[in-house]
Design a protein around this ligand. Structure first.
Ligand code: PRP
Ligand code: URA
Length: 214
């Protein structure tokens, strides 16, 4: 499947993103550096994912004259990390849009079935009027992302973007098929899933590496 042909899929190519993803993958990258890299990559990806934010002209007085000049229209952005690992990306987006509201969706993958198990959902209202950016560094089978977006839609969310740092082809295909209306931004498309549904070459367990758990 050629993902580059899909209108709702953007695989980022910026060399800074590629460089930082390589540092993330490194097994010798410790928790502190890993967290910083996740935040920095989220900022760089956010720059691309938010390029269609609506603008409106406002009047501004420069030292020379008064003119009309564009600013972001409204304050209707919601950032929704998928717990836990998505939390690591939140500040990276808030660096760009500090007034965005933040919701949370709690999901974990059952270690045997690899199916998502939901445990929390709190979204800022009015969710139906907001552009919603769902954050999770890893898109593996796609189960967690598909489920999280389904929950957001059930609560009324309509304009949804999904940002992940590393995707497996299996997860990207599933997310594209189940939610073709969602714009998907991917830092790197990796080779495949292994028999434990981990992304290869990947970076291991993102949540454990961000929070220093095992
Ligand atoms: C990881 C990751 C995604 C999910 C991806 O979370 O952060 O949410 O796995 O896998 P999938 O595409 O196959 O659903 P995990 O379940 O390990 O939970 P955690 O963030 O709480 O550690
Ligand atoms: N979740 C992770 O954190 N890493 C993977 O490779 C797959 C799912």
């Amino acid at each position: 499947m050629d993902f580059t042909e899909m209108e709702n899929v953007t695989i980022l190519t910026h060399p800074l993103i590629k460089h930082k993803i390589t540092m993330l993958r490194d097994v010798n990258t410790g928790t502190n550096e890993f967290r910083k890299l996740i935040e920095e990559i989220a900022t760089l990806m956010g720059y691309e994912a938010l390029r269609d934010l609506p603008l409106k002209d406002v009047e501004v007085t420069t030292p020379l004259e008064t003119c009309m000049s564009p600013m972001i229209a409204g304050r209707k952005l919601a950032i929704v990390p998928i717990l836990r690992a998505g939390l690591g990306m939140v500040q990276g987006i808030l660096n760009l849009t500090p007034t965005a509201k933040v919701g949370h969706i709690g999901l974990y993958r059952d270690p045997e079935t690899h199916e998502p198990v939901e445990y929390y959902c709190k979204l800022p209202s009015p969710i139906e009027e907001r552009t919603i950016v769902v954050l999770d560094p890893m898109l593996a089978t796609g189960g967690s992302a598909v489920d999280a977006i389904m929950q957001i839609k059930k609560h009324g969310g309509r304009t949804i973007k999904f940002m992940c740092i590393i995707a497996a082809p299996e997860g990207l295909q599933k997310l594209h098929e189940e939610h073709p209306d969602v714009q998907i931004y991917v830092g790197n498309l990796d080779r495949e899933l292994n028999e434990h549904a981990y992304i290869c070459p990947g970076l291991g367990d993102a949540g454990d590496r961000i929070f220093g758990t095992k």
